[in-house]
Design a protein around this ligand. Structure first.
Ligand code: F6P
Length: 320
């Protein structure tokens, strides 16, 4: 393994830069050259890269986003694009490629493996934490902490004016972010796409709370449950309580990575480089039972990560 490439693709996640820095420094310490492809898979297709060195990745550890930039490349969704990327990698004699991103990036990596001789290793990095094969992805912890900071503030005003707040958080079609955020802010209600609910159930919970003297509340809703504003209006009407809405939005994707996100980035990067040096590929590194593991990309792409429903039960118990 003489030369490896790095690509960050899909939605950015805090800690991607920490991973880029760690890959570069671990690889260079073993005499392996590192190329950073720009703007996700587009940079591979268009042969746009810069050489990364231990020095030029300095000062990025604490930065959100990705210095390589990223994209959701429509060209790479086409077979022609994947073949072009494989050719570019071959032309540049890139022996190994590390793909940092979410489930879409892992699917892209698997497609590339089908047509390319370059070994590919994935590193899960997405605030959604929805990638199979790892308990946690880079960026998730940062996004949770960003939301906690905001919702704690919302709680103050909710208490002061005795209002119900619906706070919509990201997560695409999955509820991992909403569940962890909801549990850790002590939300009265958590709505996730994986668990069916009715407006009546939500109103019942709020009314029970009101009868206990709890006149305000936080409902954390995953964006994947649908039109959260409509849901808020239905709740307001049925419960007869004053409600307000906050959409967390893209601030959850930015900011300086937490210690946890940086730690994962470092551990995943070290393992990914080690795998490539041992000539292994077509896999994704991950965290399982506290250990850094490696799972076949096919398994990653063909399985759905399950939401821990025990946590939802616990959240309900604690929100009484
Ligand atoms: O996958 C990360 C994520 O932030 C999701 O939580 C969100 O639904 C999506 O990306 C937004 O995508 P885009 O950046 O393309 O608007």
């Amino acid at each position: 393994m003489n030369k490896i490439g790095i690509v960050t693709s899909g939605g950015d996640a805090p800690g991607m830069n920490a991973a880029i820095r760690a890959i570069t420094r671990v690889a260079c310490s073993k005499g392996v050259m590192v190329l950073g492809f720009e703007r996700g898979w587009d940079g591979v297709i268009t042969n746009t890269f810069t050489e990364l060195t231990p020095r030029n990745v300095g000062g990025i550890l604490h930065l959100g986003g990705t210095i390589l930039r990223t994209s959701r490349s429509p060209n790479f969704r086409k077979h022609e694009g994947v073949k072009k990327a494989a050719k570019v990698l071959e032309h540049n004699q890139v022996d190994g490629l590390i793909t940092i991103g979410g489930d879409g990036s892992m699917r892209g990596a698997l497609e590339l493996c089908k047509v390319s001789g370059t070994k590919v290793v994935g590193i899960p990095a997405t605030i959604d934490n929805d990638v199979y094969g790892t308990e946690e992805s880079i960026g998730f912890d940062t996004a949770v902490n960003t939301a906690i900071g905001e919702i704690d503030k919302i709680r103050d005003t909710a208490n002061a004016l005795e209002r119900i707040f619906v706070v919509e958080v990201m997560g695409r079609k999955r509820g991992f972010l909403a569940l962890t955020i909801g549990l850790t802010v002590g939300a009265e209600v958590i709505l996730v796409p994986e668990v069916p609910y009715t407006i009546e159930d939500v109103v019942q919970t709020l009314e029970t709370n009101r009868n206990k003297g709890k006149r305000s509340g936080i409902i954390v809703a995953a964006e994947g449950i649908g039109d959260t504003y409509k849901i808020l209006k239905q709740i307001e009407q049925a419960a007869g309580m004053e409600t307000r809405m906050t959409i967390m939005g893209y601030s959850q994707r930015g900011g300086s990575p937490t210690a946890r996100s940086r730690l994962l980035a470092n551990l995943f990067a070290e393992k990914a480089v080690e795998l490539l040096i041992n000539n292994q590929g077509k896999c994704m590194v991950g965290l399982e039972n506290g250990e850094v593991t490696c799972t076949d990309l096919k398994t990653v792409c063909n399985n759905e990560k399950m939401l821990n429903l025990d946590l939802l039960k616990l959240a309900k118990t604690l929100a009484t």
